[in-house]
Write a protein that binds this ligand. Structure first.
Ligand code: ADP
Ligand code: ZN
Length: 328
């Protein structure tokens, strides 16, 4: 079950009690734990902030903590932090004893509208981000926009990129709300776009692929930047590229609205990365089907499809634009 609302985090105690676990272990982002002490009387495993802690080593360390605390099949893990902590703690819960229950308490905008939902858990491998993981949905997700009051500006705007993505996929009014209203007001609307798609296609065999809008080029740019760009910033560049390609390839007419929304959120138009590095990273994208890149593109706002027939010339132009260089 997913609960939304300012103050909903205070329900953590009763929600846990209702589940009647044999033991509870809280896995908490070290910053968040200081800023927002968890309203739960349970042992805490702190995770240092940063994507580099979403690693196989941290996962192994968490399993050791689970063993030390004597967690059994009826135990409960609570993830308390952003996407990093949710992915890491969720994956430890997925793999320990072939799966113990977990609750997600996402504290970044990105995690509240995206990462905490849909059951994808995992860690990075030196060869690639999110290379190791499992589908293991949390039994409860408590989405409390109250956490966002302390979120650094750059984290907030990164999360807004995923909100814009969800707007294009299935809630066009979000495009008018981002950068104008406080995010707390539209977190639920943005998250529900993902929740309804994931409910219909939990294992990403079809419709769920649409959630990769902006991520084909986004991941390539993120990788080519050596992860200097935040995920959401790279996704913003990827979204702009998808809209440009869609304009030429499938008659998308609302590119300006998307660009304006991203601009209002302070999200970048281009990335200072080498075109060649992006093209190379694109080749390694796992969204390739039978040698052709798959692009998720909007025909219109709220009408998004997967295409595998985008001409190379359009891709080359989009990459040139994304890298801030004139298209040839
Ligand atoms: P994401 O959700 O984008 O994957 P992370 O989990 O890496 O992000 O968290 C990004 C940064 O934000 C980390 O430094 C983390 O400690 C910090 N953070 C997370 N939630 C909050 C919050 N509510 N207030 C302040 N900082 C937070
Ligand atoms: Zn994303």
């Amino acid at each position: 079950m997913v609960r939304f609302g300012v103050g909903v985090c205070a329900q953590l105690g009763p929600v846990v009690e209702e589940l009647g676990p044999s033991a509870v272990l809280l896995v908490a982002d070290a910053n968040v734990r200081e800023l927002h002490p968890p309203p739960l009387d349970a042992p805490v495993v702190p995770i240092p902030p940063g994507e580099r802690w979403k690693s196989l080593e941290s996962w192994r360390g968490l399993l050791d903590r689970f063993v030390e605390h004597g967690l059994d099949r009826d135990a409960l893990v609570v993830a308390y932090g952003g996407g990093v902590v949710c992915d890491l703690a969720g994956f430890a819960a997925a793999s320990y004893l072939r799966g113990v229950r977990w609750i997600a308490v996402p504290t970044t905008l990105l995690a509240q509208v995206d990462a905490a939902h849909g059951g994808k858990t995992g860690v990075d491998h030196p060869a690639a981000k999110n290379l190791v993981g499992a589908f293991h949905p949390p039994v409860e997700v408590l989405v409390d926009p109250g956490f966002l009051s302390t979120l650094p500006e750059r984290e907030l705007s990164s999360g807004l990129a995923e909100v814009v993505k969800h707007g294009v996929i299935g809630a066009p009014s979000l495009l008018e709300r981002v950068g104008v209203e406080e995010p707390g007001g539209f977190v639920e609307q943005a998250a529900r776009v993902k929740l309804s798609i994931v409910a219909r296609d939990p294992k990403e065999q079809g419709e769920r692929r649409l959630l990769n809008l902006g991520h084909t080029l986004g991941h390539a740019v993120e990788h080519a930047s050596g992860f200097a760009l935040h995920h959401g910033e790279a996704v913003a560049v990827g979204l702009r590229a998808a809209c440009r390609i869609a304009e030429r390839h499938c008659g998308f007419e609302q590119r300006a609205l998307v660009e304006q929304a991203l601009d209002r959120c302070g999200l970048p138009a281009t990335a200072a990365v080498e075109q060649d590095a992006v093209l190379q990273a694109l080749g390694h994208d796992k969204k390739r089907a039978a040698g052709r890149l798959r692009w998720v593109l909007p025909r219109a706002l709220g009408d998004v499809h997967v295409f595998d027939d985008v001409p190379d010339s359009l891709v080359d132009e989009a990459v040139a634009d994304a890298c801030g260089e004139a298209a040839g």
